[in-house]
Design a protein around this ligand. Sequence first.
Ligand SMILES: *Cc1c(COP(=O)(O)O)cnc(C)c1O
Length: 820
Amino acid sequence: MNTSSKADLPPPAPRTYDPDVLAKEIIERLTYRIGKDAKVAKPHDWLTATILVIRDRIIDKWMESTRKTYETSAKRVYYLSLEFLIGRLLRDAISNLGLMNEIRDALSSLGVDLIDIAGLEPDAALGNGGLGRLAACFMESMATVDIPAYGYGIRYMHGLFRQEMAEGWQVELPETWLAHGNPWEFERRESSYEVGFGGSVETLGGYDEAPRFVWKPAERVIATAYDTPVVGWRANRVNTLRLWTARPIDPILLDAFNAGDHIGALRESNKAEALARVLYPADATPAGQELRLRQEFFFSSASLQDILRRHMQQYNDLRLLPDKVSIQLNDTHPAVSIAELIRLLCDIHGLDFDTAWDITRRTFSYTNHTLLPEALESWPVPLFERLLPRHMQIVYAINAKILIEARKERGLSDDEIRKISLIEESGERRVRMGNLAFVGSHSTNGVSALHTDLMKETVFADLHKLYPDRINNKTNGITPRRWLMQCNPRLTALLRETIGDAFMDNAEALQALDRYADDPQFQGHFSQVKRDNKVRLANLVAQRMGIRIDPSAIFDIQIKRIHEYKRQLLNIIEAVALYDQIRSHPERDWVPRVKLFAGKAAPSYHNAKLIIKLANDVARVINNDPAVRGLLKVVFIPNYNVSLAEIMVPAADLSEQISTAGMEASGTGNMKFALNGALTIGTLDGANVEMRDWVGEENMVIFGMTAEQVAEARAGEYNPRAIIEGSSELSQALSAIASGVFSPDDRNRFESLVEGLYSHDWFMVAADFDAYAKAQRDVDALWLDSAAWYSRTIRNTARMGWFSSDRAIRQYAKDIWRAG
Ligand SMILES: *Cc1c(COP(=O)(O)O)cnc(C)c1O
């Protein structure tokens, strides 16, 4: 260490926001960092140069935040997530720094348009959907409410696939978001850790000593950190998103290479790099499954080693860990961290098991995101044991502790013991990651009030009985910076003019808008904003798909992962029924409607892919039938991602949140739409229930079965065939689909899909169809009374402030982390 050197000088003065200086710096970066003359620079070069200049301003705040955390000995929060669906960062960073006008002016003085280059930034799709987007909103909110936090995940080279359509079928292509480099990130070679797999465990120690365990992995890879700064609103704080990439210990096996085996020489390298190549490798094959477990352990181990290193450097006392560190597990994907922390504490740092267990439980907390049985993670014991032999021992040790306690102190029955065990014993033995996460944490939270209640009654019923204080609710939220201020600048400007700026720092101040809901002049402005946003979307649809849609029609939007429980199928069948009606009753005054869809299906999810094809087939027929006279259009926009959502959400009149009640844990898409002044048509599911409480039932269109009714129907004798036969609208629509009206090239294409509805209809499409169709006609009637329509939609915007992720994060900080 230098005892006295220039390193001790105060840090450089923060950089200025003066547009002239910004312009000069952009040219400087273009010249010396990118090596391009302004005269020949391509738009991508301007983008990179601009990001580099903004990044310097972020670095000033970043270092300030880090120093503050260190000096105040504040507790650090670590958010472990296999997904971060962050989208583009440029506009977010500029806006949160308060640099928008300055950068726009600086660029325009150089003849460059900010909007043009911002649109070139790739959309970092390091997530599947809601869970990953939640992690991104939470990162931004933690910086905003000034919580020292790190996000930990994997720097997938290809992220989730890019979706294209080939004759209406989904085709998956690799996403190449790193093709032009990534100027936001900093590679931290010095933050590298070894992560092991396989091998064996040696037991050391004499007969009168406690045994010590040493894991001797058969394989090792290096995890190297890449840091991306996360800027909070008004740059109050800048936190770090630390993503790991995998490297081989030996990049090339020189002996093999020199012996002429050029491919074999790279085997280690390829194997290591496969770890961080794609998100969610198709898990249909055993090899794919193993890769997924490897990814989970890889990022868990690297993160835990990093967390302990940072803690020891500052406090040098592992017993202080629960006071200085909170680790939040975003679903069970990082749950193996619990066993890894115990291993590090016992095997590397020499603590005894009971002390390590106590520290671990007080440090971790877990968020559950799903009750779907097929989505509850578990790993075959033989696989787990082969890949992580020491962790398998630790899981058994935890299990013994928990089960003995449950039996001796609580007197649980065999049946109850079976349900709380970390090992599934029926059929193939498996490690239950949900149970591991639950028992290894001091808090298990659901993501909406309904989901939390259902958790207590279903997946965790027995664990809840054993630990009645552990389950708590933290309803999800969305960041109003991205999902209002940035994606909807027109509405933001109107809100500022009308109610002032308070809502920009506290979303609940949007309440002040309530008294303008019936004001005809304000309604006029509000509807004009909506219309402008619809024109923007119509232009995108025209450009990208060559389909013309009319901005004066109702824009009815359903965008989310394609899944049977989310019931895109219900929406499509209703479109078919409406199509029938329009043709049969041309004399009626039909309200023009555009039904827009977007979303990706998991590559191995057959029915979801078939639903995409159905949407496209139905769209082709309806959009080209002159008898429809343009009263109904159906559009499926490919490659749903954050950037597409940012254009579609502000343009929606109607938000489709129609999942089978009890199956959507929370939803966050529902919140984005309502905040931007769309009317929700939805079931009483997930956070829709609480939205109804805040927004008012009269300002939503709620229909269909409740979660309780769904559970009853499933347990009883639900007979979808009888329901279908009793509804002429539904049976006609289904027979059109099944008989090939929309698929003349392959008349049987959708037969199995329709047959599924007749035979079991697990997702209650038939049961809810009539109520849904009626609710849609109620929407039409409301649309025709435009004062009533805008009164309701304005009240949605006014009353959605509670759903800010700032509120959610404050609740986590107070109740779970005791931080900030
Ligand atoms: C918000 C969001 C989601 C989650 O949508 P849900 O309707 O809650 O399922 C998924 N993907 C993207 C890109 C999002 O922005």
